[in-house]
Design a protein around this ligand. Structure first.
Ligand SMILES: [Zn+2]
Length: 97
């Protein structure tokens, strides 16, 4: 199963979204900027101006109040989530990248 974590990045209004599958290390990490509109630096977002990360980010912000430590994943077109880690564990994971 693939799931995603979102955490605050060092820069203001920036967030990191990490995708995990079966390994402890993330498969990929992208940066989202939340300014006038949300911008993701993944290749998919370049061409289509939207991507899975932006969808997850919007869901996280609106429905989960930007809580750290939530694992999110897609179930078809729906987004599911559950709490998995505490704040420190997620930051440690992201810093290890
Ligand atoms: Zn993206």
């Amino acid at each position: 199963m693939e799931y995603y974590f979102i955490a605050h990045a060092k820069n203001k209004n920036s967030y990191e979204i990490a995708k995990f599958s079966e390994y402890k290390e993330p498969d990929s990490v992208w940066t989202l900027r939340d300014e006038k509109r949300i911008v993701c630096d993944c290749p998919g977002a370049w061409r289509r101006r939207t991507c899975r990360h932006m969808k997850l980010f919007n869901f996280w912000k609106k429905n989960l109040d930007s809580q750290i430590g939530m694992a999110l994943w897609f179930d078809g077109d729906d987004i599911e989530y559950k709490r998995m880690f505490d704040f420190k564990q997620v930051n440690t994971l992201l810093e290890a990248v």
